[in-house]
Design a protein around this ligand. Structure first.
Ligand code: ZN
Length: 126
C-alpha cells in the first residue's frame, strides 16, 4: 500500500476546506509545513501527515499598504509569520484583526482561507 503523499497543492486545498495539515518525517521526526519534496533535515522522503491544531502566536508581521494589482482590493492588510503550537511556522494572512491591534506574541487561530497565489493561509482572532 502506498503512503498518502501530501503535496503543497493538496496542503492548500485542505486548508481552504478548513483542515491544516503538516507532514512529519518518518526518518528523523522533523515537521514540515507546507509539505516539501524532501526532508530539509535528513533528505529522506518518508512523510506522514500530521493534523495541526491551527493555534499559534504571531512571531513577526508586516502591514502591506501597496500591493500588486491582483491583491490591491485588500490593502492595507497584514502578513504574519505564525508560530504554531506544534513548533512549526507558516506565513499567514491576518483576517478580522484590526491592524493597530497586531503585536508579536498575539494568539491567533487558523481560518479556512488561502490567498489566490497560494503562499499563505488565513489567521484570525484566537
Ligand atoms: Zn527527516
Amino acid at each position: 500500500m502506498t503512503e498518502p503523499v501530501i503535496t503543497a497543492r493538496a496542503f492548500f486545498e485542505r486548508a481552504r476546506a478548513g483542515e491544516l495539515t503538516a507532514v512529519r518525517c518518518g526518518s528523523c521526526g522533523e515537521l514540515a509545513i507546507p509539505p516539501k519534496e524532501l526532508c530539509p533535515a535528513c533528505h529522506a522522503r518518508a512523510w506522514q501527515p500530521v493534523p495541526l491544531s491551527g493555534e499559534g502566536t504571531i512571531a513577526t508581521f508586516t502591514v502591506i499598504r501597496v500591493a500588486p494589482r491582483a491583491h490591491s482590493a485588500g490593502v492595507p492588510y497584514a502578513l504574519a509569520v505564525v508560530q504554531l503550537k506544534e513548533g512549526v511556522s507558516i506565513l499567514g494572512r491576518i483576517i478580522d484583526i484590526p491592524l493597530d491591534k497586531l503585536a508579536v506574541g498575539l494568539p491567533v487561530r487558523f481560518r479556512p482561507f488561502v490567498t489566490p497565489d497560494r503562499t499563505s493561509v488565513g489567521f484570525g482572532p484566537a
